[in-house]
Design a protein around this ligand. Structure first.
Ligand code: AMP
Ligand code: GLY
Length: 368
């Protein structure tokens, strides 16, 4: 079968690695990177060019398309493919709002009685500053739009909160960000969970812990994720049962009741506060770098999992996990997540690639 992966990061490299294990697969990736090029044919179409991707899938007779990142999902790539009768794994445009709008997802959780931090949505920076009085000094300020994991500031005091709000001034009311979300800060340990869902049923992947702040000792600004480990010992059976009962079941029921069409991964960013689970965020896709540790631990055939969403057999899929632990470390250019220089040569990859205990995933690389 011909399979198309949409994206160019480490997550898509891990997906390509997993799909490539399936015999008789012809892999394509739009637009990929230097690592993916070793196992798939790169297609020169950007992930946001959703119509062009659908044209390509039609012309090439692609049997299954798997979308990596949130941008094409929020643009409605799934709706476009399904309109043309093409099989695709991902959230519909409507369901992708769970990630694309933090206000939408907080309102969804409130309606479905899903535990999450207390919040307020402001339409302007003036209103956001007024709402500050309703929160403790340690408030969390979030831009209500896609910000690649960088639109969140966890504030230690009022001054930081005022500064974070001021920094959003030029953005409020633009296409990138319509509103500002203020949230009570929850203190606890975070865990990411990936659900594979068809809108009615779900399969649960092994839990992962993502480390988001740039600096040593959990300091500095948030990033898209600097590294992950799986399994997560504090996400024990008792905790996971609470997650299923209070978060996963109401989420899936909410999808059904609110007609949020879903065929693919739902990412739950959770926090454990005094033994109780709360949702920090939903994403409508696999995490990056979570995917890089989840897929090496997943023993199931990923094509069979994807097909089960189309033939209604998801409940028969039993997720099998490798007992070995996995960790991933993201190496970035100095300055990230702020301004940073690009174009450095990466050396020494062959040594790591030749080890049976490690893998290298590329993100945004190219061969020159
Ligand atoms: P988000 O993009 O909403 O997942 O936020 C990114 C990161 O900010 C999370 O993984 C947390 O580390 C932190 N964060 C977001 N919201 C809260 C909150 N209400 N309380 C504590 N930390 C938070
Ligand atoms: N690593 C967090 C995310 O993918 O959103």
């Amino acid at each position: 079968m011909k399979i198309l992966i949409v994206g160019s990061g480490g997550r898509e490299h891990a997906l390509a690695w997993k799909f490539a294990q399936r015999p008789k697969t012809e892999l394509f990736c739009a637009n990929g990177n230097a690592g993916i090029a070793e196992i798939a044919t790169l297609v020169d179409i950007k992930p946001h060019e959703t119509d062009k991707l659908a044209d390509f899938a039609e012309a090439e007779n692609i049997g299954l398309t798997f979308v990596g990142g949130e941008v094409p999902l929020a643009l409605g790539i799934v709706d476009e493919f399904e309109k043309r009768g093409l099989k695709i794994i991902g959230a519909s445009k409507k369901a992708a709002q769970l990630e694309a709008s933090k206000a939408f997802s907080k309102d969804f959780m409130l309606r479905r009685n899903i535990p999450t931090a207390k919040y307020k949505v402001a339409k302007s920076t003036v209103e956001a500053k007024r709402f500050l009085g309703e929160f403790d000094e340690t408030v969390v300020i979030k831009a209500d739009g896609l910000a690649a994991g960088k639109g969140v500031v966890v504030c230690e005091n009022r001054f930081e909160a005022m500064t974070a709000i001021d920094e959003l001034e030029s953005l409020v009311g633009t296409e990138a960000m319509s509103q500002i979300v203020l949230e009570e800060r929850l203190i606890g340990r975070e865990v990411s969970l990936l659900l594979f869902a068809d809108g009615k049923k779900f399969a649960l992947m092994p839990p992962v812990r993502d480390h988001k702040r740039i600096g040593e000792g959990d300091t500095g600004p948030n990033t898209g994720g600097m590294g992950c480990v799986s399994p997560v010992p504090f996400a024990d059976q008792n905790f996971m049962q609470k997650v299923i009962d209070r978060i996963i079941e109401p989420t899936i029921n909410g999808f059904k009741k609110e007609q949020l069409d879903y065929k693919g991964f739902v990412f739950l960013g959770l926090i454990k506060v005094d033994n109780e689970p709360y949702v920090i965020e939903y994403n409508c896709r696999m995490g990056d770098p979570e995917t890089e540790v989840v897929l090496p631990r997943l023993k199931n055939d990923i094509v069979a999992l994807c097909q089960s969403l189309y033939n209604g057999s998801l409940q028969e899929q039993i997720i099998e996990t490798d007992n070995r632990s996995c960790a991933t470390v993201v190496a970035v250019s100095g300055g990230y997540p702020g301004d940073y220089q690009k174009g450095f040569t990466i050396n020494g990859l062959a040594v790591a690639i030749n080890s049976s205990e490690s893998m290298i995933y590329h993100s945004g690389t190219k061969v020159e």
